[in-house]
Ligand binder design. Sequence first.
Ligand code: 0O2
Length: 241
Amino acid sequence: MKEEQFLQTADKVAKELVNFTRQENINEEFFLDIIEEKILPVEQFFADYACAIMEVETKFKVLNEQFSLKYDGNPIESIHSRIKDYDSIIRKLIRKNLPRTLKSIEENINDIAGVRVICSFVDDIYRLADCLLQQDDITLIRKKDYIKNPKPTGYRSLHLIVQVPIFVENEKRLVKVEVQLRTIAMDFWASLEHKLRYKKNISSEMLEKLAHELTDCAEISASLDSRMQNVRNLILSENNR
Ligand code: 0O2
Protein backbone atom coordinates (compact mmCIF):
# COMPACT_ATOMS: atom_id res chain seq x y z
CA MET A 1 0.00 0.00 0.00
CA LYS A 2 2.81 2.40 1.00
CA GLU A 3 4.62 1.54 -2.27
CA GLU A 4 1.42 2.16 -4.26
CA GLN A 5 0.95 5.58 -2.63
CA PHE A 6 4.59 6.40 -3.30
CA LEU A 7 4.24 5.52 -6.99
CA GLN A 8 1.07 7.59 -7.33
CA THR A 9 2.79 10.59 -5.71
CA ALA A 10 5.91 10.12 -7.87
CA ASP A 11 3.70 9.97 -10.97
CA LYS A 12 1.91 13.19 -9.93
CA VAL A 13 5.20 14.99 -9.25
CA ALA A 14 6.60 13.87 -12.62
CA LYS A 15 3.51 15.16 -14.46
CA GLU A 16 3.67 18.51 -12.63
CA LEU A 17 7.34 18.82 -13.52
CA VAL A 18 6.61 18.19 -17.21
CA ASN A 19 3.78 20.79 -17.14
CA PHE A 20 6.00 23.32 -15.37
CA THR A 21 8.76 22.75 -17.94
CA ARG A 22 6.29 23.38 -20.78
CA GLN A 23 4.55 26.40 -19.22
CA GLU A 24 7.77 28.14 -18.24
CA ASN A 25 9.40 27.29 -21.54
CA ILE A 26 12.21 25.48 -19.83
CA ASN A 27 14.49 23.77 -22.27
CA GLU A 28 13.52 20.09 -22.49
CA GLU A 29 17.15 19.11 -22.80
CA PHE A 30 17.89 20.80 -19.49
CA PHE A 31 15.01 18.85 -17.90
CA LEU A 32 16.31 15.53 -19.27
CA ASP A 33 19.85 16.38 -18.15
CA ILE A 34 18.59 16.86 -14.60
CA ILE A 35 16.86 13.48 -14.69
CA GLU A 36 20.01 11.87 -16.03
CA GLU A 37 22.15 13.57 -13.44
CA LYS A 38 19.94 13.11 -10.36
CA ILE A 39 17.55 10.21 -10.87
CA LEU A 40 19.39 7.67 -13.01
CA PRO A 41 22.38 7.33 -10.64
CA VAL A 42 19.97 6.56 -7.77
CA GLU A 43 18.15 3.98 -9.90
CA GLN A 44 21.48 2.44 -10.95
CA PHE A 45 22.65 2.43 -7.34
CA PHE A 46 19.66 0.40 -6.14
CA ALA A 47 19.69 -1.82 -9.25
CA ASP A 48 23.18 -3.02 -8.27
CA TYR A 49 21.84 -4.19 -4.91
CA ALA A 50 18.92 -5.97 -6.59
CA CYS A 51 21.45 -7.82 -8.80
CA ALA A 52 23.58 -8.72 -5.79
CA ILE A 53 20.50 -10.19 -4.09
CA MET A 54 19.86 -12.37 -7.17
CA GLU A 55 23.47 -13.61 -7.07
CA VAL A 56 23.33 -14.54 -3.39
CA GLU A 57 19.86 -16.10 -3.63
CA THR A 58 21.05 -18.25 -6.54
CA LYS A 59 24.04 -19.42 -4.55
CA PHE A 60 21.77 -20.57 -1.72
CA LYS A 61 19.34 -22.24 -4.13
CA VAL A 62 22.22 -24.18 -5.70
CA LEU A 63 23.51 -25.21 -2.25
CA ASN A 64 20.00 -26.31 -1.29
CA GLU A 65 19.80 -28.59 -4.33
CA GLN A 66 23.28 -30.02 -3.76
CA PHE A 67 22.60 -30.67 -0.08
CA SER A 68 19.33 -32.42 -0.82
CA LEU A 69 21.21 -34.91 -3.02
CA LYS A 70 23.94 -35.54 -0.46
CA TYR A 71 21.98 -35.38 2.79
CA ASP A 72 18.48 -36.18 3.85
CA GLY A 73 16.10 -33.42 2.63
CA ASN A 74 16.51 -29.73 1.83
CA PRO A 75 18.25 -27.62 4.46
CA ILE A 76 16.48 -24.41 3.39
CA GLU A 77 12.83 -23.87 4.22
CA SER A 78 12.55 -20.47 2.48
CA ILE A 79 14.49 -17.42 1.36
CA HIS A 80 13.21 -13.85 1.76
CA SER A 81 15.02 -10.89 0.27
CA ARG A 82 14.49 -7.17 0.44
CA ILE A 83 16.07 -3.86 -0.47
CA LYS A 84 16.06 -1.55 2.54
CA ASP A 85 13.60 1.26 1.94
CA TYR A 86 14.90 4.76 1.44
CA ASP A 87 13.26 6.04 4.66
CA SER A 88 15.05 3.45 6.81
CA ILE A 89 18.36 4.20 5.09
CA ILE A 90 18.03 7.93 5.79
CA ARG A 91 16.95 7.30 9.41
CA LYS A 92 20.02 5.10 9.91
CA LEU A 93 22.32 7.79 8.44
CA ILE A 94 20.81 10.42 10.75
CA ARG A 95 21.08 8.10 13.78
CA LYS A 96 24.76 7.47 13.00
CA ASN A 97 25.37 11.13 12.19
CA LEU A 98 26.61 10.34 8.69
CA PRO A 99 26.41 12.40 5.49
CA ARG A 100 23.34 11.85 3.32
CA THR A 101 25.02 10.99 0.03
CA LEU A 102 25.07 7.86 -2.14
CA LYS A 103 28.77 7.44 -1.38
CA SER A 104 28.10 7.54 2.34
CA ILE A 105 25.20 5.06 1.99
CA GLU A 106 27.44 2.69 0.02
CA GLU A 107 30.29 2.93 2.50
CA ASN A 108 28.36 2.92 5.76
CA ILE A 109 25.11 1.01 5.36
CA ASN A 110 25.76 -2.69 5.15
CA ASP A 111 22.20 -3.96 4.96
CA ILE A 112 20.78 -2.17 1.89
CA ALA A 113 20.49 -5.62 0.31
CA GLY A 114 19.23 -8.24 2.72
CA VAL A 115 18.81 -11.98 2.18
CA ARG A 116 17.17 -13.99 4.97
CA VAL A 117 17.63 -17.75 4.78
CA ILE A 118 15.31 -19.86 6.94
CA CYS A 119 16.74 -23.29 7.73
CA SER A 120 15.31 -26.43 9.24
CA PHE A 121 18.06 -27.12 11.79
CA VAL A 122 20.82 -25.14 13.53
CA ASP A 123 23.51 -27.37 11.98
CA ASP A 124 22.27 -26.43 8.51
CA ILE A 125 22.87 -22.76 9.25
CA TYR A 126 26.58 -23.27 9.93
CA ARG A 127 27.00 -25.74 7.07
CA LEU A 128 25.39 -23.36 4.57
CA ALA A 129 27.35 -20.37 5.88
CA ASP A 130 30.64 -22.29 5.56
CA CYS A 131 29.80 -23.36 2.01
CA LEU A 132 28.89 -19.83 0.99
CA LEU A 133 32.06 -18.36 2.49
CA GLN A 134 34.25 -20.98 0.78
CA GLN A 135 33.18 -19.71 -2.65
CA ASP A 136 36.03 -17.75 -4.17
CA ASP A 137 33.93 -14.82 -5.39
CA ILE A 138 32.52 -14.17 -1.91
CA THR A 139 34.37 -11.95 0.57
CA LEU A 140 33.37 -11.94 4.21
CA ILE A 141 33.25 -8.39 5.56
CA ARG A 142 31.76 -9.13 8.98
CA LYS A 143 30.24 -12.02 10.90
CA LYS A 144 27.97 -11.70 13.95
CA ASP A 145 26.91 -14.91 15.61
CA TYR A 146 23.77 -14.12 17.57
CA ILE A 147 23.11 -17.86 17.94
CA LYS A 148 26.17 -18.50 20.09
CA ASN A 149 25.84 -15.00 21.59
CA PRO A 150 22.15 -14.03 21.57
CA LYS A 151 21.18 -10.36 21.91
CA PRO A 152 19.84 -9.27 25.33
CA THR A 153 16.35 -9.26 23.74
CA GLY A 154 16.72 -12.99 23.06
CA TYR A 155 17.26 -12.47 19.32
CA ARG A 156 19.12 -15.30 17.58
CA SER A 157 20.45 -15.51 13.99
CA LEU A 158 23.75 -15.75 12.19
CA HIS A 159 24.55 -12.49 10.39
CA LEU A 160 27.08 -12.28 7.57
CA ILE A 161 27.99 -9.17 5.64
CA VAL A 162 29.46 -10.40 2.37
CA GLN A 163 30.69 -8.73 -0.75
CA VAL A 164 29.69 -10.26 -4.07
CA PRO A 165 30.69 -9.26 -7.61
CA ILE A 166 28.05 -8.35 -10.14
CA PHE A 167 28.89 -8.11 -13.82
CA VAL A 168 27.32 -5.25 -15.76
CA GLU A 169 28.22 -4.63 -19.39
CA ASN A 170 32.02 -4.36 -19.33
CA GLU A 171 32.31 -3.73 -15.67
CA LYS A 172 32.55 -5.72 -12.45
CA ARG A 173 31.12 -4.11 -9.31
CA LEU A 174 31.49 -5.33 -5.75
CA VAL A 175 28.30 -5.06 -3.74
CA LYS A 176 27.62 -5.72 -0.05
CA VAL A 177 24.77 -7.98 1.06
CA GLU A 178 23.62 -8.79 4.58
CA VAL A 179 22.75 -12.46 4.97
CA GLN A 180 20.70 -13.50 8.00
CA LEU A 181 20.53 -17.25 8.59
CA ARG A 182 18.08 -18.57 11.16
CA THR A 183 15.90 -21.57 11.96
CA ILE A 184 12.11 -21.61 11.62
CA ALA A 185 11.85 -21.22 15.40
CA MET A 186 14.25 -18.24 15.46
CA ASP A 187 12.32 -16.64 12.61
CA PHE A 188 8.97 -17.24 14.32
CA TRP A 189 10.24 -15.48 17.45
CA ALA A 190 11.91 -12.57 15.57
CA SER A 191 8.86 -11.90 13.40
CA LEU A 192 6.47 -11.75 16.34
CA GLU A 193 8.86 -9.73 18.49
CA HIS A 194 9.32 -7.26 15.63
CA LYS A 195 5.53 -6.84 15.33
CA LEU A 196 5.04 -6.39 19.07
CA ARG A 197 7.91 -3.89 19.36
CA TYR A 198 5.97 -1.30 17.41
CA LYS A 199 2.76 -1.55 19.46
CA LYS A 200 1.94 1.84 20.96
CA ASN A 201 0.30 3.01 24.23
CA ILE A 202 1.97 0.49 26.51
CA SER A 203 3.14 1.60 29.97
CA SER A 204 6.85 1.34 30.78
CA GLU A 205 6.20 -1.30 33.52
CA MET A 206 4.24 -3.40 31.07
CA LEU A 207 6.98 -2.96 28.44
CA GLU A 208 9.57 -4.26 30.89
CA LYS A 209 7.38 -7.22 31.81
CA LEU A 210 6.79 -8.03 28.14
CA ALA A 211 10.52 -7.77 27.38
CA HIS A 212 11.18 -10.43 30.06
CA GLU A 213 8.39 -12.56 28.69
CA LEU A 214 9.79 -12.33 25.16
CA THR A 215 13.31 -13.21 26.32
CA ASP A 216 11.79 -16.20 28.07
CA CYS A 217 9.98 -17.24 24.89
CA ALA A 218 13.30 -16.96 23.00
CA GLU A 219 14.86 -19.41 25.49
CA ILE A 220 11.99 -21.86 25.03
CA SER A 221 12.30 -21.56 21.26
CA ALA A 222 16.10 -22.15 21.44
CA SER A 223 15.56 -25.24 23.56
CA LEU A 224 13.05 -26.52 20.99
CA ASP A 225 15.67 -26.04 18.25
CA SER A 226 18.22 -27.93 20.29
CA ARG A 227 15.82 -30.84 20.94
CA MET A 228 14.86 -31.05 17.26
CA GLN A 229 18.56 -31.07 16.36
CA ASN A 230 19.10 -33.96 18.83
CA VAL A 231 16.22 -35.90 17.28
CA ARG A 232 17.75 -35.41 13.86
CA ASN A 233 21.21 -36.49 15.08
CA LEU A 234 19.72 -39.65 16.59
CA ILE A 235 17.92 -40.49 13.35
CA LEU A 236 21.11 -39.90 11.33
CA SER A 237 23.21 -42.08 13.63
CA GLU A 238 20.58 -44.85 13.51
CA ASN A 239 20.60 -44.70 9.70
CA ASN A 240 24.39 -44.89 9.60
CA ARG A 241 24.59 -48.02 11.77
P1 0O2 B 1 15.15 -4.78 9.06
O1 0O2 B 1 13.92 -4.18 8.51
O2 0O2 B 1 14.88 -6.03 9.85
O3 0O2 B 1 16.23 -4.97 8.06
P2 0O2 B 1 24.59 -2.26 11.49
O4 0O2 B 1 23.71 -2.72 10.35
O5 0O2 B 1 25.70 -3.20 11.76
O6 0O2 B 1 24.99 -0.86 11.39
P3 0O2 B 1 23.44 -3.27 13.87
O7 0O2 B 1 22.35 -2.74 14.74
O8 0O2 B 1 24.74 -3.57 14.55
O9 0O2 B 1 23.61 -2.23 12.70
O10 0O2 B 1 22.97 -4.58 13.14
P4 0O2 B 1 22.58 -5.95 13.79
O11 0O2 B 1 22.05 -5.77 15.18
O12 0O2 B 1 23.70 -6.91 13.63
O13 0O2 B 1 21.37 -6.38 12.85
C1 0O2 B 1 20.26 -5.59 12.70
C2 0O2 B 1 19.15 -6.45 12.11
O14 0O2 B 1 19.06 -7.69 12.83
C3 0O2 B 1 17.79 -5.79 12.26
O15 0O2 B 1 17.52 -5.05 11.10
C4 0O2 B 1 16.85 -6.98 12.42
O16 0O2 B 1 16.55 -7.53 11.16
C5 0O2 B 1 17.70 -7.96 13.17
N1 0O2 B 1 17.60 -7.80 14.63
C6 0O2 B 1 18.60 -7.44 15.48
N2 0O2 B 1 18.19 -7.43 16.75
C7 0O2 B 1 16.89 -7.80 16.74
C8 0O2 B 1 15.89 -8.01 17.77
O17 0O2 B 1 16.12 -7.83 18.97
N3 0O2 B 1 14.65 -8.40 17.35
C9 0O2 B 1 14.34 -8.62 16.03
N4 0O2 B 1 13.10 -9.00 15.73
N5 0O2 B 1 15.25 -8.42 15.05
C10 0O2 B 1 16.50 -8.03 15.39
P5 0O2 B 1 16.73 -3.68 11.18
O18 0O2 B 1 17.70 -2.61 10.88
O19 0O2 B 1 15.97 -3.59 12.44
O20 0O2 B 1 15.73 -3.66 10.00
